[in-house]
Design a protein around this ligand. Structure first.
Ligand code: NAD
Length: 351
């Protein structure tokens, strides 16, 4: 008998519910049996339950060990912390994997790209250690800085640990070995942040010695941006601290044709949460217009993770055939299809 998986589903905010509905249907059509444990978070939960991250969300993911998540809205500049960041930190989902692969039929200046970005997910400026200018902590730090920080500065702290760096670089190398990749590039800005990014590079160099069959190199993040625009084909697996990883994820998504097709996954020791790189695209909410591909490719990664590799590969084949054909695709791929219709086209392809 086929196994039934219990998986946490967070439909998300904005366009999230439209996308997750389509993804659920496509996954069902692959034949994989999933009982969805649906919980709400983000703006939707704030409105209905008064909190953006109800306890049952964390409990459900801890219990089921696997989650699929639609995008969650984070208001800018308010006291409301990002639920996405909180989930990764609370569950210690320290490794963020963002494959960037070209698909035929997607308009882009670049063809045949197959890059993988590995982003540290829990440290760095995303640790959320910030002090307002009037706080005692900020004043104390300004004093300690001996004139380097001006009085009245708001302060953000960037913790980078040896353990955290070791974990993420090892993840990148293990990924490279498992997927027969040739090179790992560590990306940071250690010429300026000599101590924090310096620790990241020092640790990465140590880890790299344990993987002599994989080439290792370092690039400064500003140079890396230019290199990726000019000759992305030279790169294979990139490993980065949190902030650079977040920014370069969108850059890499741009290289392969946009956020509509960029998948992601967050891994901890014994659990994983799968989500697209893109956000809730609020201006398209309720229009059934956005591309389900990014979350579909994230669920392909989820099927691989649970060992359903044959179904994962069928899903990717059906999806890439629909994209290549270009008849029933969403606006961002040059088509006129709705989210749901593109999903139906993929289901027909699955046969
Ligand atoms: P966004 O990714 O939501 O959208 C930016 C633009 O990209 C959209 O206007 C649209 O043109 C395009 N786009 C995004 N997804 C698409 C799709 N599936 N198909 C076609 N086009 C797509 O970024 P934003 O507007 O900066 O963020 C909106 C909200 O989402 C913010 O609150 C932000 O904090 C949040 N966010 C959440 C996540 C997450 O849940 N992991 C990630 C990024 C942003």
């Amino acid at each position: 008998m086929e196994k039934t998986y219990i998986i946490t589903l967070i439909p998300g905010d904005g366009t999230g519910p439209e996308i997750t509905e389509t993804v659920k249907k496509v996954l069902a059509a692959t034949g994989v049996r999933i009982n969805w444990d649906t919980v709400i978070a983000g703006e939707t939960a704030l409105q209905k339950l008064g909190t953006p991250l109800p306890d049952n969300v964390i409990e459900s993911i801890r219990k089921n060990k696997i989650a699929l998540k639609g995008p969650l809205t984070t208001p800018i500049g308010t006291g409301f912390r990002s639920v996405n960041v909180a989930l990764r930190q609370i569950l210690n989902l320290y490794a963020c994997l963002r494959p960037c692969k070209s698909y035929k039929g997607v308009k882009s200046r670049y063809q045949d790209l197959d890059l993988v970005l590995v982003r540290e997910n829990t440290e760095d400026l995303y640790a959320g250690i910030e002090f307002a200018p009037e706080s005692n902590e900020a004043k104390e730090i300004v004093k300690m800085s001996k004139g380097k920080a001006r009085e009245g500065s708001a302060i953000s702290i960037k913790p980078i640990s040896k353990i955290g760096s070791e974990q993420i670089v090892r993840f990148a190398f293990e990924y490279a070995v498992k997927h027969k990749r040739k090179k790992v590039t560590a990306v940071a800005k250690a010429n300026i942040m000599k101590i924090t990014d310096g620790l990241f590079y020092d640790t990465a160099r140590e880890v790299a010695k344990k993987y002599p069959s994989i080439e290792y190199e370092e690039k400064l993040v500003d140079n890396m941006c230019m290199q990726l625009v000019q000759k992305p084909e030279l790169y294979d697996v990139l490993v980065l601290p949190n902030l650079y990883g977040d920014i370069l994820s969108d850059l890499c998504a741009g290289l392969i044709g946009g956020l509509g097709i960029a998948p992601g996954a967050n891994f901890g020791e014994d659990m994983a949460l799968f989500e697209a790189v893109h956000g809730s695209a609020p201006k398209y909410t309720g229009m059934n217009k956005v591309n389900p591909t990014a979350l579909l490719l994230s669920s392909k990664l989820m099927l691989d993770y649970i060992g359903e590799t044959e179904k994962a590969s069928r899903l990717e084949k059906a999806l890439s055939a629909v994209i290549a054909e270009g008849r029933r695709v969403t606006y961002d791929l040059g088509g006129k299809s709705t989210t749901a219709d593109m999903g139906d086209a993929i289901i027909e392809r699955l046969g």
